[in-house]
Design a binder for this molecule. Sequence first.
Ligand code: DAH
Length: 350
Amino acid sequence: MQNKISQYTAEINAFQSAHAEEIETFRIRFLGSKGIIKDLFEEFKTVSSEEKRIMGKVLNELKQLTEAKYQSLKEGLNTVTETFKTEADLTLPGQGIELGSRHPISLVRKEIIEIFKKLGFNVTEGPEIEDDWHNFSALNFPEEHPARDMQDTFFVSLNPTLSKGEGEEAFALRTHTSSVQVRMMENGQPPFRAIMPGRVYRNEAISARAHCFFHQVEGLYIDENVSFADLKQTLFYFVKELFGDDTKVRFRPSYFPFTEPSAEMDISCTICKGTGCPLCKQSGWVEILGCGMVDPNVLENCKIDSQKYTGFAFGMGIERITNLKYQIKDLRLFSENDIRFLQQFQSELI
Ligand code: DAH
């Protein structure tokens, strides 16, 4: 028995293989249920008790050696297969890195910001969930005044068991970025010169021309002696930069609770250049923003001395500007994430 054990020990030590089948044969031959180790333990039962003392130790060592050998052969096999796999992959063509493109709304938002930056405007942002004060009251929308209905509002309840008006402050998804003006003026003293881009929400049925959320850029300029002429020059500059030098601009009197006087600004139609087409409803003009001189009530609501300071504000929809720049006819395209639509907007601004 002693001899057999030394022979097997030598054989096991010498065994080498990188082939799964050979390694499996090795396992069955030595460690299988009818294998050599099992046989040796059977034989061990028959030897004299004196021999058992020596043989027990030797036999256990052989068993451990075999198991360790088998383990290391198996591990070697895994590494070999992996190396082989990696090498095989190297022969395949590489996978190209796909570059994304900017969303058209982000592109135009960035373009608008860059233009106003050149005029010294900072960029600030505010929250999308607003309280009544910042979205309406501070902006001179009186309680129960029909002007609040100009914008269909999504109200937000922080306590779902209460309905609006039941002893709870009303919160809403902001209906315009004008709320950010208020936050800015409340938190500092003039001069202010900033633009405020952001997403706004209105309770509207979704169609090609309306959506329940869209994007705006608000502008605010407050200082001593700011006049309507400053407002006009600022917006003239903006339009020429964004749409080109030959774009015509006109102002029409309008109404907003937070500006007095108020105006809407039109530009000559970017498609037909003013001769008349379906986009401008044959008028040659398209409206792009609302603006005006900040109402003294708004300044006072924000603790700013309306005797000393004046200023202007304006607000525009980014989707509308994007539609005009890229001739997009359906607003829904902006939020459907159709890759065929989005891939068309490559830009050097990335
Ligand atoms: N907040 C207005 C809207 O959502 C847009 C606007 C009009 C903003 C006149 C202004 C402004 O700052 O002066 O329709």
